[in-house]
Structures are given as structure tokens and as C-alpha cells.
Design a protein around this ligand. Structure first.
Ligand code: AMP
Ligand code: MG
Length: 479
């Protein structure tokens, strides 16, 4: 199938018009292609390489429609930093339709009914970040929306200073958010709530069809998926930054990449979002916030499910799923395949040691994946080495219980501890280059994003340590 020949459907438009705004994109001036992800395009069944065609730029710019496409923005509400906002919605995203189970969406394509004071635009820097991070999250094995293409333009966009507008063609099996349910609950439109739940089951949980207590079962699936994604984030050291309920995808995947960051030196208290002064969305708070957001979703669903049952499911399933998943990911990162009663303690001790050592989280695990008893490589990259040194002694003792050879353990650990992580400083370099009209670094980053565990000899420069002044910095929400 050729990309330009794709035929879209728009099942969301079969819902009541209250759910959306039929809006046309407002194209950017002088659009040009920056990058395409062939890897993501394959999801649509696209095999032929017609992705560099001029028409693709027009499709992403919203000035040419794929067959069957009917554009619209989705309506939702949401809790932002704990406070309920009754109407949000796609203020700068416009949906094109669905193909092969993926909903295509343009981000930055102009105003909609839900733009409030916003201009409906996304600037180049934030679009580069979203484009690359969507693909990188997938490369790390964590559920996420994806991105097919990124275009730049000559359109001026006002932020703290003048910037250029860009658009990302992104895709997800669903764009329904926790906040979509919150919107219809608030409105007291309970029949619409049920219609939305039926739509979500159709789209994201079709195996539940005809199940008894179907809406509670749907909620249980959302709990488990969300907990699994959160375990993934915590294991790779990802800080989302804006875990508002409108940024929580109903199938649990990661969406809406804003001021996200990966940990540089391990710091459980790290807050990537500059406006989050109280640290509501700090790294360590993320699982707790996901739980809180799920509790809001239970309230929103209460007209169609028994609220006590939903609370019971949340208390029962979230922590258990999260913990089981997180521990299995972390033990794999540590190279522990046998089980030992003290493994959880060993992990906690490790995290405490990393915090006090001041050492890069991802680089530490990559080094640990080659650990053969010689400690210099690890300890020389710490500021304070004593505690981690002591931990390594305990770790060595624990490794003696493993059945695999050192070589075998190293191979397995290297396959789960990424060498390439899209740190902010490296993304920033790619952004600076892009502003000067050079996009080769974006291509390099895309390549490592898709295979972060492999060695890419010619792209070694993308794994360099974070410069001191760029460590654990905060990012503004402006995008
Ligand atoms: P976010 O926190 O980026 O997910 O955005 C929160 C809400 O603000 C969503 O409803 C967005 O669609 C909307 N929004 C953000 N930026 C803009 C913009 N430049 N123009 C219109 N709406 C925006
Ligand atoms: Mg959002």
C-alpha cells in the first residue's frame, strides 16, 4: 500500500456531534519536510517508499486530504495540576481519520473550537521533541503514540520570542483521554458517557465485548495498562512532566510529549516541568499521580459503573500490577534472573546509592551491563563513591547465586539497558541545528530512537555524557 493511497475512516464522527468540532486545518506558510519515520508508516501497512513525495507535505500541512478523511477536533475536560477544567479539547490538534487501527492526527495545525486563548500552533522545538520522543518511547518498549512525519514552515508563532510553526503527523490506536469521560460526566450527559464507553471498548478493548459488567472490566484494563506504562517510565527514568488527566490516554499509553525529560544523575525528586513548582509531577510522584488520575476516571465513570467496585479494583490492581512490572523490569536491568528474598531490598539500596553517588541513571545501568568485578569504570563517574562501592560488594555476592555465565548475563543486560537515551541536552543540540536549517541530527536521533540498545558506532556522539550545566534542568511548558 502506498501512503498517498491510504483510505481513512472516521468512526469517531458516528458519535454525537457534542464529542467533536468539525474543523479544517489552517495550513502553515511555505511548509517543508523535515523528517519521516518509515518505521511508524509501516504501522499503516505502507510498504512503498512514497513518503518523500511533495503530497506528503501537503497532507501533513492539512492542505491535501487522504481519501475518506474528514477532519475534526475532539472535546475533553481534565484535571490540570489537580484542578478541574471543564472544557479543554484538541486546541491545536486536528484528527484526519483512522486506518489499520491507527488514528492519524496533526498537531499544530491551527485553531479549533477548543483553542481558548491559544493560537492552535506548535513551534519547531517542541515538535522535534514530540516527533523523536514518540519513536524513542516505542524503541524502549513502552506503549506510546507514534509519529510519522514532521514538517517545518515559515509561519511566525509568538511565544516568549518569535518562533516558527511546525506540525507533527502523529498516530495512536486511540486519542480518547481520561478527560473525555470527565467532560461527559460533568455535563450530566450519562447516555453520552455510555456511548463513549462503548466506543472505547470497540476501539481499544474489543475482547471485552459481550462480557458481563463490561464497563467495570474496561476500567480494570485501563488500570492495568496505565500501571504497566508507569512501570516502564520509572524503569527507564522518564519524567513526563504534565500528567494532567487530559494527557492520560484511555488505553494507558504515553501521549502528549511536552516538557518531558529523562533523568540525568539519578534524582527521585527531579521535576522536569519548570511551572510545576510544588513537584506534583516529580519523577517519584508519577505512579501515585497515575493512581490519583485513575481515581478521577472512576468518578467520571460512576454513572455507568458501581463506584465502590471501581475503587476496589483500583486499590487491588494498580499497586499490584505496577509493582510486579516494575520489579521485573528492574531485576532485568540488574541482571538478576534467579530470585532471592532480599532482591527488593537490594534494589532499594541501589536507588539510594545512586542518589547519593550523583551518577547518570542510564549510563550506570549500561556500565553495570558490562560489570566484571572491576569497579573503576562505574565509580570514576560518581561524585560520591563510598555507598555505591559498598552496594557493588553486595551485588557481587548476589550475582554468585546466578546460573548464567558473566558473558550471558552481559548480553541479556545490554539488551534491556539502553545506550541511547534522548536526553534534553542532545535534543537541544538537534533543535539548534534544525533552527539553522540542518536536519541530519534529527535523522541520527531517529535511528538510535528505534534501536536504543544497539551499538551504533558512527553515532557514538549521541551517547556522550550530559554536560554539567545541562544536568537535570527544568523545561518550560511553552510549546
Ligand atoms: P497540554 O498541557 O499541552 O496537553 O495542553 C493543554 C490544553 O491546552 C489542551 O487542550 C491543548 O489542546 C491546549 N493547547 C496547548 N497549546 C495550545 C495552543 N498553542 N493553541 C491552542 N490550544 C493549545
Ligand atoms: Mg495535552
Amino acid at each position: 500500500m502506498k501512503f498517498l493511497k491510504l483510505k481513512l475512516t472516521t468512526p469517531y464522527l458516528e458519535l454525537d456531534p457534542l464529542f467533536y468540532d468539525r474543523v479544517e486545518p489552517t495550513p502553515l506558510a511555505k511548509p517543508y519536510l523535515i523528517s519521516v519515520s518509515q518505521n511508524a508508516a509501516k504501522l499503516l501497512g505502507v510498504k512503498d517508499d512514497d513518503l518523500r513525495d511533495e503530497l506528503l507535505v501537503k497532507i501533513v500541512n492539512g492542505s491535501h486530504k487522504l481519501e475518506g478523511s474528514q477532519t475534526f477536533a475532539m472535546c475533553y475536560a481534565g484535571h490540570q495540576f489537580g484542578y478541574f477544567v471543564p472544557r479543554l479539547g484538541d486546541g491545536r490538534a486536528i484528527n484526519l481519520g483512522k486506518v489499520n487501527g491507527w488514528n492519524l492526527q496533526l498537531k499544530g495545525s491551527g485553531q479549533t473550537l477548543y483553542s481558548r486563548q491559544g493560537d492552535g500552533r506548535a513551534v519547531l522545538r517542541s515538535s522535534i521533541r514530540e516527533y523523536l520522543m514518540s519513536e524513542a518511547m516505542h524503541g524502549l518498549g513502552i506503549a506510546t503514540s507514534r509519529a510519522i512525519a514532521l514538517i517545518g514552515s515559515d509561519t511566525d508563532v509568538a511565544r516568549e520570542r518569535w518562533e516558527k510553526g511546525a506540525i507533527v503527523l502523529r498516530l495512536s490506536p486511540t486519542w480518547v483521554r481520561f478527560g473525555t469521560f470527565e467532560y461527559f460526566n460533568l455535563k450530566g450527559r450519562h447516555e453520552k458517557l455510555q456511548a463513549l464507553a462503548d466506543y472505547v471498548i470497540d476501539e481499544s478493548f474489543p475482547h471485552l465485548k459481550n462480557a458481563e459488567g463490561i464497563y467495570l472490566k474496561m476500567y480494570e484494563e485501563i488500570i492495568k495498562n496505565t500501571a504497566t506504562t508507569l512501570a516502564g517510565w520509572q524503569s527507564v527514568g522518564f519524567n513526563h512532566g504534565v500528567m494532567n488527566t487530559d494527557n492520560m490516554c484511555i488505553d494507558g499509553r504515553t501521549i502528549d510529549y511536552g516538557p518531558f525529560a529523562f533523568l540525568d544523575d539519578y534524582d527521585a525528586e527531579y521535576i522536569c516541568n519548570h511551572t510545576d513548582q510544588e513537584g506534583r509531577y516529580s519523577f517519584k510522584n508519577q505512579p501515585g499521580i497515575a493512581h490519583w488520575n485513575l481515581a478521577q476516571l472512576a468518578k467520571a465513570l460512576s454513572p455507568i459503573i458501581n463506584y465502590e467496585d471501581a475503587q476496589g479494583a483500583l486499590d487491588r490492581d494498580f499497586g499490584a500490577t505496577y509493582e510486579a512490572k516494575y520489579l521485573s523490569l528492574m531485576f532485568a536491568k540488574m541482571g538478576l534472573y534467579e530470585s532471592d528474598a532480599k532482591d527488593v531490598e537490594l534494589l532499594k539500596w541501589l536507588l539510594g546509592s545512586l542518589q547519593s553517588a550523583t551518577i547518570d541513571y542510564s549510563a550506570f545501568f549500561r556500565k553495570l551491563s558490562r560489570y566484571d568485578g572491576k569497579r573503576a569504570d562505574i565509580l570514576d563517574s560518581c561524585v560520591y563513591r563510598a555507598e555505591l562501592d559498598e552496594w557493588l560488594s553486595a551485588y557481587e555476592l548476589r550475582l554468585s547465586k546466578e546460573k548464567l555465565s558473566t558473558q550471558e548475563r552481559h548480553t541479556k543486560m545490554l539488551a534491556v539497558n539502553p545506550k541511547y537515551i534522548l536526553k534534553n541536552h542532545i535534543l537541544q543540540e538537534a533543535i539548534e541545528e534544525a533552527k539553522l536549517g540542518s536536519f541530519s541530527m534529527i535523522e541520527d536521533l531517529l535511528q538510535v530512537a528505534h534501536a536504543p540498545f544497539d551499538e551504533h558506532e558512527e553515532l557514538e556522539y549521541l551517547s556522550k555524557p550530559t554536560p554539567m550545566k545541562a544536568k537535570n534542568i527544568k523545561l518550560s511548558c511553552s510549546s
